[in-house]
Ligand binder design. Structure first.
Ligand code: GMP
Length: 111
């Protein structure tokens, strides 16, 4: 994973990325979700990105401080994939954003 990611002017640190990815996997493994849109949820990759990780993908809101626990999810998400069969590990795929996109589309944030 990158040391930081820039989503249309919002910079996420490696710690922010780790925190969101870790929370996504731990909610998934425990069968729990947070927020009105039930994160983490499956990211179907309608956009057709070429991630260096395998489907199924999960998306989870990423924040510049703390970990998402409900409320507005903002525009930015971490994507994880390559989830191990015992759900104890996964790989970082990308950080994506709704910023600068039309409708509900996502674009990739830069490293
Ligand atoms: O975009 C509309 C809804 O579909 C949102 O709740 C998204 O989180 C969800 N969604 C699931 N997979 C995808 C995907 O691959 N692309 C986009 N844009 N939205 C997705």
């Amino acid at each position: 994973e990158p040391t930081s990611s820039d989503c249309d002017g919002t910079t996420y640190s490696q710690e922010n990325i780790d925190d969101a990815a870790t929370a996504a996997l731990s909610y998934y493994a425990s069968g729990q979700t947070v927020g009105r849109d039930s994160y983490p949820h499956q990211y179907k990759d309608y956009e057709g990105f070429s991630f260096a990780c395998s489907a199924p993908f999960l998306e989870f809101p990423i924040l510049t401080s703390g970990v998402y626990s409900g409320g507005s999810p903002g525009a930015d998400r971490v994507i994880i994939g390559s989830i191990s069969s015992d759900e104890s590990s996964a790989e970082y795929c990308a950080v994506i954003t709704h910023d600068g996109q039309s409708g509900n589309a996502f674009g990739e944030c830069s490293d």
